[in-house]
Every structure is written in C-alpha cells, then in structure tokens.
Design a protein around this ligand. Structure first.
Ligand SMILES: NC(=O)c1ccc[n+]([C@@H]2O[C@H](COP(=O)([O-])OP(=O)(O)OC[C@H]3O[C@@H](n4cnc5c(N)ncnc54)[C@H](OP(=O)(O)O)[C@@H]3O)[C@@H](O)[C@H]2O)c1
Length: 235
C-alpha cells in the first residue's frame, strides 16, 4: 500500500524526528508538528539534505497540540494542499518524574499534552483519513500498561492515552483505518537523558522506526492493536 501523506507530531526531537526521517523514504509529503520552530526547521533541513530532489514535500507547523484551534487550522492547511492523510504518527508528549513529588500543575500539563493534545490531533485528522489506505500510530508507553515506581503521574496520563487509543481502535478499524498503540519502555531520546537507568541499556529509536515499517508493510487484512516493547534489562 502506498502511504502518500503523513503527519507526525512531536517531530522536532527523539522518536518523532526518527520516524519523520524514516517516513521520508516512503511518503510524498510530510507535515511536521511541534512547538519549536527552529528544531522543526532543522529536521526539515536534515531530511532535505538526506533525500535531495527525490525527497518528500515538507511542511512544518509550530504549534502546541493543546491548542485545538491551531491544530485544526494546521491540519486543514496541510490537507487543502496535499489531500487525504495516510499516516498519522500521534506522538507529542511530555514527562515529569514522580508521583507524590509531582505538582498538580505538572500532572495537569501531562494530562493536557499526552491525552488532550493527542485527542485534538486525531479528531482533526479523522475526517481526512482515507478508508482502506490510512494508518494511525499512537505513541503511548509501557508506562501506559504497567506503572513504574516514581513515574506514577506520567503513567496516569499514558494509561489514559492507551485507553483512549483502544476505544478509537474499536471505532476506526471497522471503517478500514488501522490503529496501533506503541507502548515502549526506555528509549534513548532527549526525554530520557538524565534518567538513572543507563543510556546504553535503553532501546534505540531505530527499533521504533523498524516497528513502524513492519506494521505498514503488513497485508490490509492484518491489524495489530498494541505493541509493548520491553527494555530487556528493566522488566
Ligand atoms: N523516550 C522514552 O523512553 C519513551 C518511552 C515511551 C514513550 N515515550 C513517548 O514517546 C513520545 C516521544 O517522546 P521522545 O522520547 O521522543 O521525547 P522528546 O525527544 O522529548 O520529544 C517530544 C516531542 O514532543 C513535542 N511536544 C511536547 N509537548 C508538545 C506540545 N504541547 N505541542 C506540540 N509538541 C509537543 C516536542 O517538541 P517541542 O518541545 O518542540 O514542542 C518533541 O518533538 C512521547 O509521547 C513520550 O511520552 C517515550
């Protein structure tokens, strides 16, 4: 199947950046979304340098996914130029460590970005997904399946996101749109710099890009609801 147009949130860093680079090899256009205009421009330049004249058309949208009006306007602008959306990589997210030590403002921010922001993006994209030709990826977390000590507030936001994703799975799959929740453990990205768990024992972002490629290459009959990617040294 040809996945022509892709939207990636959280594309300025870490997993989103890696997936944007990887999808640039199979898509004709990419919409890169995050707050940092400069970092988005750097990712765009990186893709353009790697792919040269063969590369996809790239549009960047510097916005906060918590702002529903901005999200809808960016998606509408992208769709009016390129048409239907074939891949949504709904990935933007934030992390604060702790449970008792987390402030209510920090929990509020995580709930807003990790659940509400992703909800805004998916809701805005759904009318533009193409039945039988579209794939939605939700970057949840292993912490959205099993709560870790000292990450309880983040786990609450990701459990919520996993639940929301499962509900959307039930709604979308019968309409011919695939959805998979990716639930990885520690991945080596800017988010996990400074974590006590050793960087060298973390999962590399290429394991996410390979998983995305594998899922996109399955037959149209096969759909996988959820993939939990464990870190071998931290079960
Ligand atoms: N790294 C891990 O171990 C791990 C494991 C499981 C799940 N995850 C999840 O994977 C996703 C990506 O994380 P990462 O590790 O790649 O972290 P990262 O390097 O910190 O990237 C997070 C991305 O989200 C964007 N973002 C954050 N808040 C945003 C907002 N309000 N509006 C728009 N964009 C926003 C950031 O861009 P700006 O700052 O420019 O907005 C950045 O592009 C997150 O949902 C995270 O919870 C990560």
């Amino acid at each position: 199947m040809k996945y022509k147009n892709a939207i990636i949130t959280g594309a300025s860093s870490g997993i989103g950046r890696a997936v944007a680079l990887s999808l640039s090899k199979r898509c004709e256009s990419l919409a890169l979304i995050a707050r940092s205009k400069d970092k988005l421009a750097a990712v765009q330049a990186e893709i353009e340098e790697l792919s040269g004249t063969e590369g996809p058309s790239i549009r960047t949208y510097s916005l906060d996914v918590c702002d529903e009006v901005e999200v809808v306007s960016a998606i509408d602008e992208y769709v009016s130029e390129f048409g239907g959306v074939h891949i949504l990589f709904n990935n933007a997210g934030i992390y604060f460590q702790g449970l008792q030590g987390v402030t209510s403002d920090q929990l509020d921010q995580m709930l807003r970005v990790n659940i509400l922001g992703a909800f805004h993006v998916l809701q805005a994209v759904i009318p533009h997904l193409v039945p039988e030709e579209s794939y939605v990826f939700h970057l949840s977390s292993r912490s959205g399946k099993i709560a870790r000590p000292n990450s309880g507030a983040y786990a609450a936001s990701k459990f919520g996101f996993t639940g929301l994703s499962e509900a959307y799975y039930q709604d979308l799959v019968p309409t011919g749109i695939k959805l998979t929740s990716l639930c990885p453990s520690f991945i080596r990205t800017p988010m996990t710099q400074g974590f006590a768990f050793p960087q060298e024992d973390m999962i590399d972002v290429t394991d996410i890009t390979r998983t995305v490629d594998y899922l996109l290459d399955l037959s149209s009959e096969a759909v996988i609801k959820e993939i939990v990617i464990e870190c071998r040294k931290s079960l």
